[in-house]
Design a protein around this ligand. Structure first.
Ligand code: UDX
Ligand code: ADP
Length: 464
């Protein structure tokens, strides 16, 4: 079976880049990305590709090449579903904020809405691909909804979890470590659907890197991969606190440990805490699933990864307060970086949000600079916490486009995202314009201690 027409529901951080790369690599397949968010679709269609709604290095070039040729962005969800042989579901699955599983389970209402829409609109057989990260056995729920329409359409459900990391999404998509496709490989129709998706990826990914499994293994592998990655960050962050107490240096420890080929050197960078839309959500999901099967030891084991991460963010913020003579009330604190990592404008679960909130609770005045995050996003993130009124957030937080202005007259600076440009700034000038003693807290181990101390900064880096 050859795929001619793909529809992707959800034009976000996953759907957008993934479909752009599929379209670029498969010129004979028409790819339509749809979303109910009109503003987002308009931005994807902006004449100037630099204005697409997500910042991702290399993505504008890919969109430029494919858009209008075989890559389309639209709000007409029904029309795109109707035409497609294969439908990717890439909608958001946030953690539930209400009811059973609140704060833990994934909220599947957007997925279910998609399934119902697909069921209502489809007149021909479709392959439905779960792209969003979902709890194990979601495919079964999807199949249940789709198979009960009574219109005789055959649906095959595949799980094809996305492993791209933001900031490197285009490279990750072009040259993935592996592509994972889960399907009903024991049935002829299921196998045919799996092969159809394998053939899409085989346009540019070597077959040896395309793994096929049953649906549940695929769903669980994605949660497991993210849990393992997050666990590494929490593990090194746990060591960072011990390093600070013992005089060890966490970078040296990470290097020594990572040179063991059984451990490996990646994902051992100590930080103010991991963020992003996946790690916390996926682990909470895992914890929830484990608990629902009565596996309390398994649940507690993974929950500790989140507990450590929350501790790291709090510890970093409380260290700022204690270093500033136990009070930051009325003091100006400059935050450099708001995104959850460099090279993205995504702020979901960013450590910066929680550090800012902690400092605001201590009555600090916060001034923020991030090269890619917009002011409205920063306020939305703070408002979402419901820690104080929207007016109060706007009174106490200022967002500026100039990092030097942000640091002027500040009592302290905290580096919260590892943007390259922070390394290159004129730190001598920044020091001159600050109140003394001038404190510099590096939550990313981005800056060189020696040169900053020579300038005169009171320098603190996480993990040493
Ligand atoms: C992650 C997974 O890497 C990706 O495979 C999956 O598809 C989605 O979730 P992402 O969240 O985009 O990707 O970014 P990632 O690079 O994994 O970073 C997550 C967080 O961990 C960031 O806040 C990052 O700063 C932090 N991190 C990462 C560290 O603090 N130290 C490290 O060594 C690595
Ligand atoms: P991710 O990081 O998983 O890509 P995003 O939040 O960036 O998550 O993107 C998900 C997108 O899915 C959003 O733009 C949202 O508007 C869209 N979406 C959610 N539900 C639907 C739906 N029923 N139909 C179309 N688009 C949807």
């Amino acid at each position: 079976m050859r795929i001619r027409n793909i529809c992707c529901i959800g034009a976000g951080y996953v759907g957008g880049p993934t479909m752009a790369v599929i379209a670029q690599k498969c010129p004979e397949i028409d790819v339509t990305v749809v979303d109910i968010n009109e503003k987002r679709i308009a931005a994807w269609n902006d004449k100037n590709v630099e204005n697409i709604p997500i910042y991702e290095p290399g993505l504008p070039e890919v969109v430029q090449e494919a858009r209008g040729r075989n890559l389309f962005f639209s709000t007409d969800v029904d029309a795109a579903i109707d035409k497609a042989d294969m439908i990717f579901i890439s909608v958001n699955t946030p953690t539930k904020t209400y009811g059973i599983g609140k704060g833990m389970a994934a909220d599947l209402k957007y997925i279910e809405l998609c399934a119902r829409q697909i069921a209502r609109v489809s007149k021909t057989d479709k392959i439905v691909v779960e792209k969003s990260t979902l709890p194990v056995r979601t495919a079964e729920a999807l199949k249940n909804i789709l198979d009960n329409t009574g219109n005789g359409v055959n649906f095959q459900i595949l799980s094809n979890p996305e492993f791209l990391a933001e900031g490197t999404a285009v490279d990750d998509l072009m040259d993935p470590d592996r592509v994972l496709i889960g399907g009903d490989i024991d049935s002829a129709k299921g196998k045919e659907a799996v092969d159809a998706l394998v053939n899409v990826y085989a346009h540019w990914v070597p077959k040896s890197k395309i793994l096929t499994t049953n649906v549940w293994s695929s769903e669980l592998s994605k949660l497991t991969a993210n849990a393992f990655l997050a666990q590494r960050v929490s593990s090194i962050n746990a060591m960072s606190e011990l390093c600070e107490k013992t005089g060890a240096d966490v970078t040296e420890v990470a290097k020594a440990v990572g040179m063991d080929s059984r451990i490996g050197s990646k994902f051992l960078k100590s930080s103010v805490g991991f963020g992003g839309s996946c790690f916390q959500k996926d682990i909470l999901n895992l914890v929830y699933i484990a608990k629902s099967f009565g596996l309390h030891e398994v649940a507690d084991y993974w929950e500790q990864v989140i507990i450590m991460n929350d501790h790291q963010k709090r510890r970093f913020a409380s260290n700022i307060v204690s270093s500033l003579f136990n009070t930051v009330s009325g003091k100006k604190i400059a935050l450099l970086g708001w995104a959850f990592k460099k090279d993205t404008n995504d702020t979901r679960e960013s450590a910066a949000i929680y550090v800012a909130d902690y400092l605001l609770n201590e009555q600090a005045e916060i001034v923020v600079y991030d090269p890619k995050v917009k002011e409205e996003q920063i306020f939305a993130d703070l408002d979402n916490l419901n820690s104080r009124s929207e007016e109060e957030n706007r009174k106490r937080v200022t967002v500026l486009n100039d990092p030097y202005e942000v640091c002027r007259d500040a009592h302290a600076i905290a580096v919260l995202t590892e943007w390259d440009e922070f390394k290159e700034m004129d730190w001598g000038k920044i020091y001159k314009d600050m109140l003394k003693p001038a404190f510099l807290f590096d939550g990313r181990r981005l800056l060189e201690r020696k040169t900053k101390e020579e300038i005169g900064f009171e320098f603190y880096a996480i993990g040493s």
